[in-house]
Design a protein around this ligand. Structure first.
Ligand code: NDP
Length: 288
């Protein structure tokens, strides 16, 4: 068996085109969706992410503004600034690029964002809504993975999904989304004994670890759907996922490549959440 790729680039593109149509409708109603991105310090990777997010917004007609602050910014100043963004009617989504410099309490900063503008889906209010299965802004990366499954008509209900990784931004919300969609979910992490025995049970296997090719061919059930969230830079500068792609594609039925898999979906979901926030503010949208 050779797995068919799930083409994240193409799915993200189609989703962005859909978002552009919704932006057009909002503009006809006199509303321009707006995203404010706040970056503190000068982490080079964060700068690239922020630039890409701004570019993606402009491409579909979403107003975006990047607020760059120095690494020694006081937490109180940042919180005050977020309060001004909360009160700004031209801004529908607020994103604070993580990680924040040492000395700033990321949780306090996230909680300062108005939940209805929390397009990253990290505010307790949105996390809680996900837990109880209510519409909310869901974290963009696992939400993007769910959208890929939906787009490919891969049924989730009744399947055994195994998620490797339990981070707050990927693994845990991914597990909750799969659970809410009717899967039986196993969550694995660094303390899991006999990881391979767990992953081999998966009809849908999601790897969100951050370790190059930790999921090898012998860890995957024949015909499984494999979603590789990992993005790892190898010493030679190339990117690879958490899944040994060449080996696993001989066993799986569907697989997401890296790059070109889950990665492009993340920014697309951020756009979707921002457009949704604008629709809700304009009284035309529904959450979820
Ligand atoms: P974290 O480092 O926050 O979490 C990694 C998780 O993997 C932890 O739960 C950890 O367990 C678990 N883990 C570590 N080692 C092992 C092991 N040997 N066996 C089983 N589990 C293990 O990473 P993130 O969740 O933030 O990111 C995961 C990956 O996804 C990274 O490669 C990251 O770059 C990528 N990513 C991709 C995005 C995209 O847009 N496509 C967006 C966000 C992340 P424990 O909790 O016990 O420590």
């Amino acid at each position: 068996m050779t797995a068919r790729n799930i083409d994240g680039k193409a799915i993200a593109q189609a989703f962005r085109a859909e978002c552009a149509v919704r932006v057009g409708r909002l503009k006809d109603a006199g509303v321009v969706p707006g995203l404010a991105v706040v970056i503190v310090g000068d982490d080079p990777a964060s700068k690239v992410y922020v630039r890409n997010k701004a570019k993606a917004c402009e491409a579909i007609g979403v107003h975006s503004e990047v607020h760059a602050m120095s690494a020694d910014t006081a937490q109180a100043h940042l919180l005050k600034f977020i309060a001004t963004l909360n009160a700004d009617d031209a801004i529908h989504g607020i994103l604070v690029q993580l990680p924040l410099p040492k000395g700033i309490d990321s949780r306090a900063v996230i909680e300062a964002i108005a939940p209805e503008k929390d397009v990253d889906g990290f505010h307790y209010s949105n996390v809680g809504r996900l837990l109880v299965g209510e519409p909310a802004y869901y974290p963009c990366t696992p939400w993007g993975a769910m959208k890929m499954l939906e787009h490919e008509s891969i049924a989730v209900e009744g399947k055994h999904a195994v998620v490797v990784g339990r981070s707050t931004i990927v693994g845990k919300p991914m597990a909750l989304m799969l659970l809410n969609a009717g899967a039986t979910v196993t969550v694995c992490h660094s303390k899991t004994r006999d990881l391979a025995a767990m992953t081999r049970q998966a009809d849908i296997l999601v790897a969100a670890v951050g370790k190059p090719r930790i999921i090898t061919g012998d860890m995957v059930k024949l015909g499984a759907v494999v979603i590789d969230v990992g993005i790892n830079r190898l010493p030679d500068g190339t990117l690879c996922g958490d899944v040994d792609y060449e080996a696993v594609r001989q066993i799986a039925s569907r697989i997401t490549p890296v790059p070109g898999g889950v990665g492009p979906m993340t920014i697309a979901m951020l756009l979707g959440n921002t457009v949704k926030a604008a629709e809700l503010a304009a009284g035309t949208g529904v959450r979820g």
